[in-house]
Design a binder for this molecule. Structure first.
Ligand SMILES: [Zn+2]
Length: 463
């Protein structure tokens, strides 16, 4: 058996692993490269991967960096099944359609300029029709039950606790009458992420391919983060102004709503209206509501008692731009959650322009802010920022909350690996930059005497 790494090898995006056995060829994830790798032309079907020879594709979870190249596979002639959990199919649909939309908008802008410069026009990687054809190929699979996906391979989806529908994969591969177990961690969530179940321990593997995004460190604890969030919100309520939360639509938005509703329920802060100002976040929240079978015990108890019903708690939604604009005229304390998470685009920009200059505005930054993004400038405490070409004074209070990651920190990664370590598996670390995966490899060496491999793009390893 051989595995070739066509992404997320020494970096955190573009997950794609080709598994070749005696009888079959499987692709695990086929994600988009983001950031610098995106611009390096890596978002393609790589040489050495002939889509028409693949027997099955298996997807660990819906994030774009794990699903974003799937339509390219369909375009290049792949007609076989794409196996995933039911919630992952819903999330993939949402995320791939949004990707097609963003590409269409970007290409329109680019082509307007190219036209004026007398250059050839460009095409997006894929469009809506390509995405719809890809969605037809998905096949929903249950958690925990082994599913045959090729003559010599079965797969078991196991909770990974990272986003709704996320899974680790346990592949059983039978070659020359001998069965071998290969485990792909997928992206692993931290323990105690709200709503979601924790990542499940697996107890056997001959080979483990494991993510290492935060292999070098632990996050701030959720308890500390929530205590800080509560204090910030109490102060914001006293100011009687708007609370702006730039947030990614999937995952982060739902977590924040969950925590704020808990504060209302426990009478820690007086209730105020919450607006989800993002059609994509509204749709993602509906997908969460559609899958109560995936909730952890606490969320299920709340759901059974009707306490997770968003309508009951004054959570309101803005589908259209006009509804979004109407928020300007509202007074008093209210929370607006809008994209984009790094304030580099989206409806949050309008809210920031309209309210940053007011002293009673509170901005709560909850995610990673890349160098140069507006979010980063706010976190750095700039007295003035430019939005839509206009100088805006920053009089609002800006807070940055670091503990809401959907990725396991070092301790949780090691806890997950410890369950498998007794079988002395071969270990491969992926989905991490050098600063994440090298310290994790070191720790695995010290604690278990196992030498992890750290493959780069295009490398093949044999079991
Ligand atoms: Zn992910």
């Amino acid at each position: 058996m051989k595995i070739t790494f066509f992404g997320a090898a020494g970096e955190v995006t573009g997950s794609a692993y080709l598994v070749q056995t005696e009888k079959s060829r499987l692709l695990i994830d086929f994600g988009m490269f983001q950031g610098e790798s995106e611009t390096a032309g890596k978002n393609c079907v790589p040489a050495g991967l002939d889509p028409t020879t693949i027997d099955a594709v298996v997807i660990t979870h819906g994030h774009l960096d794990h699903t974003g190249r799937l339509p390219l596979l369909t375009k290049a002639g792949y007609r076989g099944p794409i196996h995933a959990t039911s919630a992952t199919i819903d999330m993939s649909g949402l995320i791939l359609r949004d990707s097609a939309k963003v590409q269409a908008q970007d290409i329109e802008r680019t082509n307007r300029k190219r036209l004026r410069a007398g250059k050839d026009l460009q095409e997006p990687l894929y469009n809506f029709d390509d995405v719809e054809r890809t969605m037809q190929q998905f096949k929903a699979q249950p958690y925990r039950e082994p599913v045959p996906i090729a003559p010599d391979v079965s797969v078991r989806f196991v909770e990974a606790g990272h986003m709704l529908g996320s899974a680790s994969l346990q592949l059983t591969i039978t070659e020359s009458g001998r069965a071998k177990t290969v485990v792909f961690s997928g992206d692993l969530g931290p323990a105690d992420l709200p709503v979601l179940r924790d990542a499940e321990c697996l107890n056997h593997a001959d080979l483990v391919i494991m993510e290492s995004t935060y292999g070098d460190r632990d996050h701030r604890s959720l308890t500390d983060t929530l205590n800080e969030a509560r204090d910030i919100i109490k102060e914001a309520v006293k100011l009687n102004g708007k609370i702006l939360v730039p947030a990614f639509a999937v995952g982060r938005t739902q977590q924040i709503i969950y925590h704020v509703l808990a504060m209302f329920r426990n009478h820690e802060v007086p209730p105020f209206p919450i607006y989800i100002d993002s059609p994509m976040a509204i749709e993602a929240t509906r997908i969460y509501e559609k899958h109560p079978e995936l909730y952890d015990e606490e969320a299920r108890r709340l759901a059974d008692a009707g306490l997770l019903n968003l309508d009951l708690h004054g959570v309101k939604t803005c589908q259209t731009a006009d509804e979004s604009k109407a928020l300007n005229d509202l007074s008093g304390t209210l929370m607006i959650i809008a994209g984009a998470g790094m304030c580099n685009a989206g409806r949050i920009l309008h809210h920031l322009r309209n309210h940053l200059w007011k002293e009673n505005t509170t901005v709560i930054i909850v995610g990673y802010q890349a160098e140069g993004s507006l979010g980063r400038l706010l976190v750095e405490g700039r007295p003035e920022v430019r939005i839509f070409g206009e100088e805006i004074a920053v009089k609002a209070t800006i807070h940055s909350l670091g503990g809401f990651s959907a990725h396991a920190g070092q301790s949780d990664l090691m806890k997950w690996f410890n369950c498998l370590a007794h079988a002395k598996p071969q270990v491969v670390l992926t989905h991490g930059e050098a600063k994440g995966r090298e310290p994790l490899a070191q720790l695995i060496k010290e604690r278990h005497g196992l030498t992890a491999r750290l493959p780069m793009f295009g490398e093949t390893i044999e079991l």
